[in-house]
Design a protein around this ligand. Structure first.
Ligand code: ARG
Ligand code: ZN
Length: 877
């Protein structure tokens, strides 16, 4: 078998033919669905006449083919592995094909497949080619008219994009519905759903007076879990009108929940399809985090209607054009509806852990990659989250007003087109008059820039000199990097006044919170009229996705944690302080020296707990220690055992020193109020539950009793899950097992709750975790063909249980490799994602490196999907 070959951005050409209108008819059957396609095709004006027509197609059984009504002879076309070529076609013509496909056998969940008996589709990026022969690329945009024929009893509901225009009965107990989508779209936005679904319905009137019907379609037992998604959708629609001036453009907007889904959700025009985990909530089944995730994803998919659908990507290298922008939009929406500083803290904590790791590993790639083998591997944190950070920097650089003007210009100029990142940034440059040439490097250079900073206060001249030096480490295929344009928001906090000092730079007064621009490799900034010695507060709000090193004394960090005017940097100072203490303890653990807790950290925490000056949501974040994964990210070589021991030691030391404070905070934030996912309630719960985690960490009797009570009170899933997790992760087996049993029996019927039940068990930091994973893989609620289950069990174990995944006997690695090998056949996209932890072998000691590489080699010896092939090759390169 030939090795999969990469495709290159530099090879882009417009398509030889475009499709102006697409008519589809689906006659549904689990093992033999018939798809008739009638494509109205014309030659692309920029391409020569006489070129063959090349259509993509995979796993399709061709039954008929005709041009302008004339069936083609066998010598007039050729079927290849990846599609179909018609050798000679007219300038403009009608192509009819009929194919047969087998949705029930589709475990890859790309194209048309079945989930719990219902039919659904996932076409982004290249799933449509598993439905019919088509130019499956985003720069071919057509209007669609789709007829779905199904069994009237089994599939009473037949949905597709746009508006329903006709429906009727057919012989043999069948019926049909025809849908028309008037907006030209690429085929990746096509969707079809058929099954026995129930809906909740609501409506909104848009700013210009269009009445829009909103529907959420679910299985009957989930009808009581849709309120929050519907409320979120309505909020998102309003927000996009108010903030970006964008209105919805059809009379109907539908969301469908399906259990088997590779990702979170999909923005198909007028018919968004969601992983049920990204749409269903109920106070008793979903945590606060899940409620917030649903709100964010519902908004994200809705926002794509403009940033993605009305204006789409020319080619898949531009994926971040729609994803980075849309993530930025959903982040701002969530910040506006929740606690904005906490939203930012959560985003950054996640980003610095997961995206930094990706950017430092063998699969590192630019936000706009220049080549790939399998685009399904590029739905990454870099494309999404780093892409969003770039758009955020743009917005901050040009200012909101110019950004909004640029956005209006972008949507107006490119409406109905498939465009590039240059088109987007070009609009921002025009709207602001700024030169963004150097800024564009953010899109082409992979790797996390590092900034080494140092500064001195000059008493005699009342000046503060800040020197910044940037470098971006080499990444695969990119040995040398150019300096980037890095916006750094900062303040100088006076050590006497404890206030932000006025900033004067080159004679210009900048206020007390300003942005400086690091564009050269090294730059010096001299602030004058600095009346007292300051501590610099740098990179406020994480103004650029970089690692910033500054030689802070621990006292300085404690000072910033207490006095910085920027909430984000107050949190970050605390994290930095904790990390310094953790460094010492990691070293102590490795050297077999007795661990001693840094009293400055204890005092900083005491200050937080006694002042309680902050809003509760921020306080809860400040009391949360950096995760083991984030600590690992900071270490030159990851020692999972030392990290776990050090973090546990810090946690327990704080709990012992501040037990009464934690207890007081817990009690002061107990509430019997009926559950609501509102920010104030979430903040109160977070604070209470952080306090509880400290109390249980030392197996304090009162703390254990409180956790048990909270579990038994069964007030809401946030509290129950936290209590259960603390009990299960403690070493009190006598408490863990009964609680797990109660919970597992109570929720056996609810797949989304069972996912949580799986995750809680396999993330317990005890030596039986791996056996539990194996045992649970045979549990009736587990299934390797359901991505949520795979993530809940295998993904949670490998990602959130470092001490056990990295066992020195290599059993954790072996389990992962076995699973990847099996999933490679069933669901390549999920298999390729799951393998990620093994690709990070270079971060570990030699013994583990060897074990991890051996498992990668074992995977490589299999017949691999392009997805897994690409990742494993990079990891072993
Ligand atoms: N466009 C979707 C979203 O971000 C994601 C679709 C990803 N699909 C895939 N097969 N990787 O909203
Ligand atoms: Zn998206």
């Amino acid at each position: 078998m030939s090795e999969p070959q990469p495709i290159h951005l530099s090879d882009y050409r417009p398509p030889a033919y475009r499709v102006t209108h697409t008519e589809l008819t689906f006659d549904l059957a689990p093992s033999a669905t018939r798809v008739k396609a009638r494509l109205h095709v014309e030659r692309h004006p920029e391409r020569q006449a006489g070129e063959p027509l090349m259509l993509d197609g995979e796993q399709l059984a061709l039954k008929a083919i005709a041009i302008d009504g004339q069936p083609l002879g066998e010598d007039e076309y050729a079927l290849t592995e990846g599609g179909l070529t018609v050798h000679r076609v007219p300038e403009a013509f009608r192509l009819d094909t009929e194919v047969e496909i087998a949705p029930e056998a589709n475990t890859a969940l790309e194209g048309l497949y079945q989930s719990n008996g219902m039919y659904c589709t996932q076409c982004e990026a290249e799933g449509f080619r598993r439905i019919t022969f088509y130019p499956d690329r985003p720069d071919v945009m057509a209007t669609f008219s789709t007829t779905v024929i199904g069994d009237a009893e089994r599939e009473p509901v037949l949905l597709s994009n746009g508006n329903p225009v006709e429906r009727g009965e057919l012989p043999g107990g069948r019926h049909f519905v025809t849908w028309e989508d008037p907006y030209p779209k690429p085929c990746y936005l096509f969707a079809l759903v058929a099954g026995d679904l129930k809906k909740v319905e609501d409506s909104v009137t848009t700013r210009s007076g269009r009445d829009v019907t909103l529907q959420i379609w679910v299985e009957e037992e989930n009808l009581d879990k849709t309120d929050h998604a519907m409320a979120s959708l309505k909020r998102a629609m309003r927000w996009d009108e108010k903030t970006y001036g964008r209105e919805y453009d059809l009379d109907l907007f539908m969301i469908v929940a399906v259990n088997d889904f590779n990702m979170g959700a999909m923005e198909n025009k007028g018919l968004n399809i969601f992983n049920s985990a990204a749409v269903l909530t109920h106070p008793h089944t979903a945590t606060d985090a899940a409620f917030q995730r649903v709100e964010g994803i519902v908004a994200h998919e809705y926002f794509h209607n403009w940033s993605g659908n009305r204006v789409t990507c020319r080619d898949w290298f531009q994926l971040s054009l729609k994803e980075g922008f849309t993530v930025f939009r959903d982040q701002c929406f969530s910040a506006d509806t929740n606690s904005a500083p906490v939203k930012r803290i959560e985003e950054v904590a996640f980003f610095r852990t997961a995206q930094f790791a990706e950017d430092a590993g063998p699969t590192a790639h630019p936000v706009r990659p220049d080549h790939y083998i399998e685009i399904g591997n590029f739905y990454t944190l870099t494309i999404y989250e780093k892409g969003a950070e770039i758009v955020r920097m743009l917005c901050n650089l040009v200012g909101w007003e110019a950004f909004r003007r640029g956005s209006d210009r972008y949507f107006e100029r490119f409406d109905g087109q498939a465009v590039t990142i240059e088109d987007f940034v070009g609009c921002m440059a025009e709207a602001s008059g700024l030169d963004l040439t150097q800024f564009m490097r953010w899109y082409s250079q992979a790797g996390t820039p590092e900034i080494d900073a140092h500064g001195e206060y000059d008493y005699a001249n009342a000046a503060y000199r800040l020197v910044l030096r940037q470098r971006t480490p080499a990444t695969p295929g990119q040995p040398d990097k150019q300096p980037l344009h890095i916006p750094i928001r900062l303040g100088l906090v006076g050590t006497k006044s404890r206030r932000d000092l006025a900033l004067t730079l080159d004679g210009e007064a900048l206020g007390s919170d300003a942005v400086i621009h690091l564009c050269d490799e090294e730059q010096e900034f001299l602030f004058t009229d600095v009346s007292e010695a300051p501590v610099p507060s740098l990179l406020r709000g994480f103004s650029a996705p970089v690692k910033l090193h500054f030689p802070y004394a621990r006292e300085d960090l404690a000072f910033l944690q207490a006095h910085d005017s920027d909430g984000f940097n107050r949190w970050d100072a605390g994290q930095r302080l904790a990390l310094l203490a953790l460094d010492d303890l990691i070293a102590a653990h490795r050297n077999g020296v007795e661990k001693v807790m840094d009293p400055r950290v204890v005092e900083a925490f005491r200050g937080l707990l006694t002042l309680e000056a902050d809003d509760k949501a921020v306080l809860a974040e400040m009391l949360t220690l950096p995760s083991e994964a984030y600590i690992a990210e900071q270490q030159p070589l990851v020692d999972v055992d030392a990290i776990h021991a050090a973090r546990t030691f810090v946690k327990q030391s704080l709990a012992m020193a501040l037990r009464d404070d934690f207890l007081r905070v817990f009690e002061a934030n107990q509430s019997e109020a009926p559950y609501s996912p509102e920010p104030e309630q979430i903040a109160t719960r977070s604070l209470k539950n952080v306090a509880l985690s400290y109390l249980v960490s030392i197996e304090d009797e009162a703390g254990i009793a409180l956790a048990r009570e909270q579990f038994e009170a069964d007030h809401n899933m946030t509290d129950v899950r936290q209590a259960l997790t603390l009990l299960v992760h403690s070493s009190r087996e006598d408490l863990a097992d009964p609680a797990l049993r109660v919970f597992g029996e109570k929720w056996a019927h609810d797949p989304l709750v069972m996912d949580q039940w799986f995750s809680i068990q396999v993330t317990r930091p005890h030596s039986d975790a791996l056996d539990r994973v194996k045992f649970l893989m045979d549990h009736p609620a587990f299934s390797l063909t359901n991505p949520n289950k795979v993530r809940a069990l295998i993904g949670a174990f490998t990602g959130q249980n470092p001490v056990n995944f990295h066992r020195l006997d290599g059993e954790g690695y072996r389990l992962l490799a076995d699973t990847v090998i099996e999933l490679n056949r069933l669901n390549p996209e999920i298999a390729a994602r799951l393998v990620t932890p093994l690709t990070r072998w270079a971060r570990f000691d030699e013994t583990r490196q060897a074990l991890m590489k051996a498992e990668l080699e074992r995977i490589r010896a299999e017949t691999l999907s392009p997805n897994v092939y690409e990742v494993v090759e990079k990891a072993l390169a």
